[in-house]
Ligand binder design. Structure first.
Ligand SMILES: C[S@@+](CC[C@H](N)C(=O)[O-])C[C@H]1O[C@@H](n2cnc3c(N)ncnc32)[C@H](O)[C@@H]1O
Length: 253
């Protein structure tokens, strides 16, 4: 089976990240990185279980902590939990594309949908100077981030424009090209930051992420040297032999 077929077999909510929630540890890392302070107005776009909104208020004492999600069940549950814990938060049931976020000073935005990202980037561009926007795993398109602790990426308004993909790559991965080691290192950071405590699953995820990073880098023309490195070929073979997952079609796309 090729990688696309494999992915199609996964439950939809796993594949599209709709039910992916960050851990308390991830939120603390993010909030420390962005230097969240009591004067901040924090928005979590796609707030899911509401944990981030609660932590921002309870532990960082932000002026306002607001979660927006278009899933009414999630909003109701998050609202209920926050009020039971006496944490003053605001949960809004709305599509983020329609939301008024004009008073934001810090925004957490973990989305991979290209259309949503494109539209929200325009919206973000009109925010107050100095507003910090955190994305996870991927940068906002054509921007040079202010701060990076991969997979967490911070952009500040006004956006700094990346002149090309190499410039953006350098700002995020601190390398001029992607080889196997870079792909592995960043895949591992991502899995460690967001993965489960189940180490065996982490290794499997890291291999998938490594191959995905390297193959995407190849398509963008930013891998180091010509051809496919030995270690990448080995892992492609390993995935095929042990798990019947074929990455070759991705290489030939
Ligand atoms: C981590 S975000 C990822 C969203 C998306 N699947 C993606 O990867 O681009 C998931 C949370 O955002 C919420 N969500 C997704 N799209 C939204 C939208 N347009 N407006 C508001 N909430 C949204 C979901 O209900 C879920 O709680």
């Amino acid at each position: 089976m090729n990688i696309d077929e494999y992915l199609q077999k996964l439950p939809r909510n796993i594949l599209d990240g709709e039910d992916a929630n960050l851990s308390e540890k991830s939120y603390r890392t993010i909030f420390n990185l962005v230097n969240l302070k009591p004067s901040d107005i924090f928005y979590h776009l796609g707030s899911g279980d509401g944990l981030g909104v609660k932590i921002a208020k309870r532990d960082y004492n932000v002026k306002k902590s607001i979660g927006i999600d278009y899933n009414v069940k999630k909003i109701n549950l998050a609202e209920k939990e926050a009020s039971q814990e006496n944490i003053v938060t605001e949960f809004i049931h709305q599509d983020i594309l329609d939301a008024d976020i004009s008073d934001a000073t810090v925004i957490l935005f973990w989305f991979t949908d290209e259309q949503v990202i494109k539209k929200m980037k325009v919206k973000f561009s009109n925010l107050k100077e100095g507003t910090r926007i955190i994305t996870i795993w991927g940068p906002l398109p054509e921007t040079i981030p202010e701060k990076v602790d991969f997979p967490y990426i911070i952009n500040t308004i006004p956006f700094k424009k990346a002149n090309n993909i190499q410039e953006q790559l350098l700002s995020i991965f601190k390398v001029k090209c992607v080889d196997f080691v870079t792909a592995w290192e960043f895949a591992e950071r991502y899995t460690k930051a967001l993965g489960t405590p189940e180490v065996k699953n982490d290794r499997f995820l890291t291999i998938i992420q490594t191959l995905t990073i390297w193959i995407n880098a190849k398509k963008l023309g930013v891998t180091c040297g010509e051809g496919i490195p030995e270690s990448i070929s080995t892992y492609i073979k390993l995935m095929k032999m042990n798990f019947d997952i074929d990455f070759e079609p991705l290489l030939n796309d």
